[in-house]
Design a protein around this ligand. Structure first.
Ligand code: LMR
Length: 330
């Protein structure tokens, strides 16, 4: 009797085939910001859509707030297969391509609509694949927003920033941008910014309204200048080897879910660039400074020469296409 039961059980398992016993594909998605940000919300939406549509086949684990890797390490981890997806800021790919530096050029994009036009255009699409030879595939851009300058003292004109230490992301364009205003740029991981500001090891930093709000930088910075001088957007990336190794239907399903998650994240970005700014103003912990057109012109004049310095590395064609995206043609 016992051997009959074993035989029946064995036959049932064998007939169910590999699908019944196959383990779900696991995707680890690592990022550095809080959950209540455009990137945090995009990653959560991606997980929700994938697990709803491919139950038992794919599992997504999201690790926010640098819990698993900081952005400077996540690309190495991706290439080693320790994570399968990430979405570093476009300022953090310097080791793998120089072309994405275009997104760091100061005062290049007049607003997020211009950024969107460039990213959707032929040059923008080409840049998604600019690291393919290095084993990194770009799956899509995600918005965060325009950068603002925060500091321990009011910054109205570039001369006010002279000699101050600013934390920057790991981008040489950003080094040049702060040197252009005679300040001292310090490349530091995002996870250290709050403590560096709180202990006054640095005087200021540049970031979007949602990052300044969600990581509480406004509580340790007395002034925020609404400079809109640059951009923080993201590239959702995977390893080319991992991506190409997936079955076609799974790859297509993941791309579809990601496109929808990005659309959701972009809507959150738009909403937060207003609501988080307002929340900071309402907190009265930090004074928000709006620039007059004359003051703004001084920042543009001081920082814009940086474009020329990086023209060779980025490519004039790429810079021109980005600049042209400011024109709606209407
Ligand atoms: C930063 O390091 O300031 C940003 O890249 C963080 C992020 O991912 O938004």
């Amino acid at each position: 009797m016992r051997s009959l039961i074993i035989a029946i059980t064995f036959t049932a398992v064998a007939l169910a085939g590999p699908a019944a016993t196959a383990k779900p594909l696991k995707i680890k998605f690592s990022h550095v910001v809080a959950v209540n940000t455009p990137k945090g919300q995009m990653a959560e939406k991606f997980k929700e859509l994938v697990e709803q549509r491919m139950p038992g086949k794919v599992e997504v684990q999201v690790f926010p707030s640098s819990q698993l890797f900081g952005d400077n390490k996540v690309l190495e981890a991706l290439l080693l297969g320790d994570v399968q997806m990430g979405a570093p800021s476009l300022s953090k790919f310097r080791k793998y391509t120089k072309k994405l530096q275009v997104f760091d050029l100061p005062f290049l994009f007049s607003d997020i609509d211009a950024v969107e036009r460039f990213q959707k255009g032929p040059k923008g699409k080409e840049l998604l694949m600019s690291m393919e030879k290095k084993g990194i595939t770009g799956l899509g851009y995600l918005h965060n927003g325009m950068k603002q300058l925060s500091a321990s003292k009011p910054l109205r004109v570039p001369a006010d920033a002279k000699g101050l230490k600013f934390r920057i992301q790991s981008s040489d364009v950003l080094v040049a941008q702060f040197k252009a205003i005679k300040a001292s740029p310090q490349k530091k991981p995002f996870s250290e910014v709050f403590t560096l500001l709180q202990t006054k090891a640095i005087d200021g930093q540049e970031n979007t309204w949602s990052n300044i709000y969600s990581k509480k930088f406004f509580e340790v910075q007395d002034y925020i200048t609404a400079s809109n001088h640059g951009l923080i957007d993201y590239l959702v990336v995977t390893s080319t080897e991992f991506w190409q190794g997936l079955p076609d239907d799974i790859r297509a399903g993941l791309q579809q879910a990601l496109d929808e998650a990005i659309a959701h994240g972009n809507a959150v970005a738009l909403e937060k660039s207003n609501s988080d700014r307002q929340a900071i103003i309402d907190s009265r912990r930090s004074t928000v400074i709006d620039l007059t057109p004359e003051e703004k012109a001084q920042w543009v004049k001081a920082m814009k020469p940086v474009w020329k310095k990086f023209e060779k590395q980025i490519g004039k064609d790429v810079i021109d296409a980005a600049d042209a995206a400011n024109n709606t043609g209407s």
